[in-house]
Write a protein of this length. Sequence first.
Lengths: 96, 486
Amino acid sequence: MLKEDLKVWLERISKLSLIRISSEEEEIILNDMKKIIEFFNTINSLDLSNVEPLFMVLKDEPVVRDDEVGESLSVDEVLKNVKEVEGGFIKGPKTA
Amino acid sequence: MSNLDIKIGLEVHTQITSLKTKLFCSCPSDYRGKPPNTNVCPVCLGLPGALPVVNIEAIRAALMVALALKCEISDVLVFTRKHYFYPDLPKNYQISQYDGPGSIPIAKNGYIVIGVDGGLKKVRIRRINIEEDPGKIVYPTGSLLTSKYTLIDYNRSGIALLEIVSEPDLRSPKEARAFIDKLRSILEHLGLVNTELEGALRVDANISLAGGSRVEIKNISSAKDVERALTYEIIRQSKALETGEKVRRETRHWDAIRKVTVPLRVKEFEEDYRYFPDPDLPPVKISLKLIEEIYQKLPELPDQRIERFIKTYGLSDYLATVLVSEKVLADYFEECVKYCGNPEIIGNIVVNDFKRWVDEMDIEVSKAVKILTPNQLCQLVYMLNNNIINIKILKEIIPKVLKYNKDVNTIVYEENYIDISNEEVLMRIIDEVIKENPKAVKDALINPKAVNYLVGQVMKKTRGRANPELTNKLIIKKLKELSGTP
Ligand SMILES: [Zn+2]
């Protein structure tokens, strides 16, 4: 991927994730991404047609929990970091 | 517009209400009626560092539904992050499932059989996802459109949901309703969902007409409203197409109060949820042994139950289907029959009178069966079979019991509902009616159909208590006497 394409990609991804990126940060991220893509290009040069893709390793013992009720937080703790509260509800932005 | 030009697909979100806790944390699942933000923990609030762990019973529930809907089941359970920003979503992503690289839904490619115009139709299921419910938004003005801000309660955040998606195989609003009714009955029979709970079952519908575009309708909360919202959209879209207007590809919101769909604000750019497998949740192997074990324990499902009702009780296909469309109704029918037999009479009363009035009065079936209990209904059937009341009176009593929550016997005796089958008593009333209606008598002497009017007058005088067959017979006899023919 060319650096110009990467710039378009970064703009899109920062917009999607609502993260503002400064020009210095942009430089760092673009350089990192270039390295990452080069790394994947190396993998791509191998013949992997007979290898099943692996995304995650399956554990022998599943990490699950029983359906048993535990402790919830007190409402004071829940609302500790909240800017605006109205009648126990957390105030949020308009949605439409 | 012919039905063939309409394509409807449904996305049903159902909470697994049988669970005691949420999907990824041990907060209680009974969030309803609690003060806001009192049923939460670091996991379902999405606090940094909190780690989700999946509820094993949620997996079992999903597998039960997958088997009941004849799906192919994945050999591994993978959770995927779906990213979007909305105030009800504390982590800014929803833990869900996805069909794509590294991800797979728990189940795919199933079907549901629905009854359509006397025939059967297979509606394909595209996939089933296990996912978490977001929190609940309260709009200060009561409406999403006019509120200047939102109020958020995270008590519902993290409740286990199943998202069941159909292929666009449905061709009319009526079929869409039949699909939801059938799915609801299956979920009830599996013992997983109490669909009477507010918000337990929510539907998004997509609909396209030939020559138009795909329109999605969000926020529909009942099968009845799915039918209404789709009917509204068909009219709106066909009007637009007729006048050459373009039907935009868009998402609309169902306003259940005004009974219209309204467009939602157009998004600035195309939806991109940036799906990727959730690194906090290691995949869980789904073994054949587990699937086999769950399959063995599946309870009787609606289709099997309908068949049994027809075979065992001699019910018509129609009666059996209506009864089984709601598990509570079918259970009620069987309890009554266990109590006093008479399956055909009871089947008819439950479907044509009980259910009809319950719908009309808008009471929950589960409440209504506690008012007109099997014992009470059986008393009515006894009185009917022993000619203490007639069927007409029985039909009048049922709404009264439901409305005033009164004992059947009290109503029958206090309101003097006992059937008049005493010939002497009836003849006295008939003589009165004949004296008062000379013209009708003249008509009846020429035209036998006019006898009905005289029967009606007798019924009126007795407030419906006169035995209709006997009255009819006695009037004809009396008329013959009057005309002098033997
Ligand atoms: Zn929690």
